[in-house]
Every structure is written in structure tokens, then in C-alpha cells.
Design a protein around this ligand. Structure first.
Ligand code: 4AD
Ligand code: MG
Length: 431
């Protein structure tokens, strides 16, 4: 074996002999030359095996390689302007690790159910790999934004005794003798953390037993939840648009090749720059009526409504000031108009739907108690949350970004199932 190297780094080894641990992605042959399409997770490179330049054993070993066989390949790195990566390898040696037989995912078309059953292997495809690289870049940029803007990372619990976002989609489990639920949102705990640390954010898995089978819903998804003390609704919207601009532009800058691999129109992403447009719920209802939708004031928007609204913009749009009745118990009413709350949903362009839900929180202890009664929530179970208003209450706001919907939008995918390595959807817990 020569110096070990990964495909991402071959540009540093032009003219040198290196060894790459890799898999066979594909193979072509033209009699006296074999072309090995190699992948190692960091990239792709073509290995060229010339019959007259290698031993008979190397030639025959190369010939026996099948799709997804694993090997150490040794050769000389060359610049090759005609190759997509700009490099090629002239193979001098092949050390087979494992010869694969009957790899199920062949280059032909496969149905979604088949691919989902083989998700553990499907991840090896160039598109799925690119999506996971972009997902990782989004997470990196999210953390960079908050770390650079004075937020502290705080981890809320996963097992909780109560609900945060309504009781209809709680994921029930037992906590020894007690009933418990997988967290729907870390928000309530982040409010406690904000009173201790000022500006905080969480990043973790959340669970909703959604009985809806849509292209936007997962049972297990990851959320980023910032919470800010001494911050009103208006300031929170400004943070949100700066935050999304930072995330999208980081992907545009750092994931060119991956965006190309998923076939994304990058110009649409380059255009995502703060400030973002805003409309109120009232204006949205009026607009929808003009479009022939028959939705009464006071009803929540569904995907078709969100898409119709988003089509007017080439950036995400905030829909603000929803009616009290369709939003969570903790949202602060607008002091000028108590029938609506100081909240906003951020709707992504191109029909990707709501990516952020956020609001200013109720800081008045009495009003919060009233809301608990209206929503028939036990004040005993939430005593700790009421304490936050009892001891030094302050105006505060926060929001939650759904990671998978954000990945779907940035990658231009029509379903969230490809945005997470092992999706948990209605009726799918395998693999
Ligand atoms: O709008 P939601 O329900 O808001 C909250 O949970 C708040 N507690 C957040 C906060 O203020 N801290 O959810 C926030 C986001 C949605 O906008 C959406 O992007 C995503 O989480 N989301 C889902 N993503 C995938 N599958 C699901 N079932 C989702 N439910 C919500
Ligand atoms: Mg929401």
C-alpha cells in the first residue's frame, strides 16, 4: 500500500502514488482498458486500468469487481480536465476486500417503497449522499449563527411529563409507573433556560404521532429552538430572517457540488436575502378569498393555502398575527387586538410550506393561568412553567425551525423522507 488518501484530497497528490479505500460505483470496459468508477464517501474518481501496464493478476482482479465491491485501489493521481472532478487515477494495484454479489440497488429505476426498505444501502447513492452533506452543512451553519450571536446551546429533555404543542399527537410511553411522552418541542424548557442564560437555543429530536401521511410530516424530526429574554415579536422576526439568510448562503457557498448533485437551481437560493416579506393572517385570508378559496376567518391554513400565498414571493414570507383560537396556549395576544396573537409562521418559497413557527410568549402570570384553564391543562403539571412568570417575568420570544423541511426546501426535494438518514414516517419503523 502507498500513502493512504481520500478522494476529496487527491488534488494534493497529483503525480504521486496513493491508496484509496473505496467501493465500486460502476464499471466500464473497452477491451484493453477498464474504467472503475470509485467512491469513498468523500467523492468520486475514475480509476483507469490499462492491461498492458498492470500484472495479469491486477487485470483479472479488476475484471472481477462488481457494483459495491470494496477494495483498496493504488495508483498515480493525474489531472484530467475531461473528468467532472478534474482528476483521474492510473491504477497500478488492486486489493479486493470484498466481492459483492447481487447488490439490490442497480442503476435502473426503483420504486420508493423498495428504496425505503433498502434505505441503509440507498444512502450510498450520489444524490442521497449529497443530501446528507447539505443537511450537515445546514446544522453547522445553524450552530455557527447562534454561537456568533450570543446564544448558548441548551439541551431540553426528551422524556417529558406534559405536552407543549397540544395533546392530539403525543407519543406516549411509560416512565416506570408514570405516563410520559416523547418531547414535541423543547420550547417550554428553553423558556426556563432563557431566564437563566438570556439567549439560548436547542437542537434535538422531537416527536409527533401525526396520523397524517403528507410529504411534509415526519413522526421523528429535528428542531432548532432559540428563545430570547427581553425580546419582542418584532425583534424575533429580524433574528429569523438573518438566521435563514445565513443558513441558505452558507450552503450556497460551501455545497456547490452537492447542490448540483441534487439538481437544485442555485439562483433561487442566492436570492434568499433578508429582509423577508410579511403579511398578516387577515391579509392572507383576504388574498385567499380573492383566489377563490372558501376559508372562513379563524380557520388554520393547510398546505394548499400556504402554497398559494408563497407563490407571490421568491423569498420566505412571514404570516403574522393568527387568531388566538388556532394557536398554542403560550402565545401573547396583540395588545392592540386581543383576538390575534404576536406570532409568525415562516413559509418557504416554491411550495415547501411552513419551516418556522414562532411567537412572543405570554409574560403575564394571570393571563397564563387563564389560558391553562381554557385549554384544560393542569396547573399542577406545569407549576414550574408558571413559576417563570412568578419570579422575574420578562417579555420574551422564540421560534422553532424544522430541520427536515428546511433540507427539503434547500435541496429542492418533493418529500421530507429523503432529508433524514432513517426517516420515521407513518407505518415505517424499518430500517
Ligand atoms: O410550528 P411548530 O409546531 O412550533 C413549535 O413546536 C414551537 N414550540 C416552536 C417554538 O416556538 N420554539 O413546529 C415548528 C416547526 C414547523 O414550522 C415545522 O418546520 C416543523 O417544526 N415541524 C415538522 N417537521 C416535520 N414533521 C413534522 N411532523 C413537523 N411538525 C412541525
Ligand atoms: Mg406551526
Amino acid at each position: 500500500m502507498a500513502t493512504k488518501c481520500v478522494i476529496r484530497d487527491v488534488s494534493k497528490h497529483v503525480g504521486e502514488t496513493v491508496t484509496i479505500g473505496s467501493w465500486i460505483n460502476n464499471k466500464r470496459s473497452s477491451g484493453k482498458i477498464q474504467f472503475l468508477q470509485l467512491r469513498d464517501g468523500t467523492g468520486y474518481i475514475q480509476g483507469v486500468v490499462v492491461k498492458s501496464e498492470v500484472t495479469d493478476k491486477v487485470w483479472e482482479d479488476a475484471k472481477s469487481l462488481t457494483q459495491e465491491s470494496s477494495l483498496y485501489v493504488t495508483g498515480v493521481v493525474r489531472e484530467e480536465p475531461r473528468s467532472p472532478s478534474g482528476y483521474e487515477m492510473t491504477v497500478t494495484d488492486v486489493e479486493i476486500i470484498h466481492l459483492t454479489e447481487n447488490y439490490p440497488i442497480t442503476p435502473k429505476e426503483h420504486g420508493v417503497d423498495f428504496l425505503m426498505d433498502h434505505r441503509h444501502l440507498w444512502l450510498r447513492s450520489s444524490k442521497q449522499r449529497a443530501i446528507l452533506v447539505i443537511r450537515a452543512e445546514i446544522i453547522r451553519a445553524v450552530q455557527e449563527f447562534f454561537d456568533q450571536n450570543g446564544f448558548t446551546l441548551v439541551d431540553p429533555p426528551i422524556l417529558t411529563p406534559t405536552s407543549a404543542e397540544g395533546t392530539t399527537n403525543l407519543f406516549h410511553t411509560k416512565y416506570f409507573e408514570e405516563d410520559a411522552y416523547l418531547t414535541q418541542s423543547g420550547q417550554l424548557y428553553m423558556e426556563a433556560a432563557a431566564m437563566a442564560l438570556g439567549k439560548v437555543y436547542s437542537f434535538g429530536p422531537t416527536f409527533r404521532a401525526e396520523k397524517s401521511k403528507t410529504r411534509r410530516h415526519l413522526i421523528e424530526f429535528w428542531m432548532i429552538e432559540p428563545e430570547m429574554a427581553f425580546t419582542d415579536h418584532e425583534e424575533s422576526l429580524r433574528v429569523q430572517e438573518q438566521f435563514i439568510t445565513h443558513v441558505v448562503q452558507s450552503v450556497v457557498k460551501n455545497c456547490r457540488a452537492e447542490l448540483e448533485a441534487v439538481g437544485r437551481d442555485v439562483s433561487k437560493l442566492e436570492n434568499i436575502q433578508a429582509p423577508f416579506p410579511r403579511i398578516t393572517y387577515d391579509e392572507a385570508i383576504e388574498f385567499l378569498h380573492g383566489q377563490g378559496f372558501d376559508i372562513p376567518w379563524g380557520e388554520d391554513f393547510g398546505a394548499p393555502h400556504e402554497t398559494a400565498i408563497a407563490e407571490n414571493y421568491d423569498k420566505p414570507v412571514f404570516i403574522t398575527h393568527y387568531p388566538v383560537g388556532i394557536k398554542a396556549f403560550y402565545m401573547k395576544p396583540d395588545p392592540n387586538r386581543p383576538d390575534v396573537v404576536l406570532c409568525a409562521d415562516m413559509i418557504a418559497p416554491e411550495g415547501y410550506g411552513e419551516i418556522i413557527g414562532g411567537s412572543q410568549r405570554i409574560d403575564d402570570p394571570q393571563l397564563l393561568e387563564e389560558r391553562f384553564k381554557e385549554h384544560e391543562l393542569s396547573t399542577d403539571a406545569y407549576q414550574w412553567y408558571l413559576d417563570l412568570r412568578k419570579y422575574g417575568t420578562v417579555p420574551h420570544s422564540g421560534f422553532g425551525l424544522g430541520l427536515e423541511r428546511t433540507v427539503a426546501w434547500i435541496c429542492g426535494l418533493d418529500h421530507v423522507r429523503e432529508t433524514i438518514p432513517f426517516p420515521r414516517t407513518l407505518y415505517r419503523l424499518y430500517p
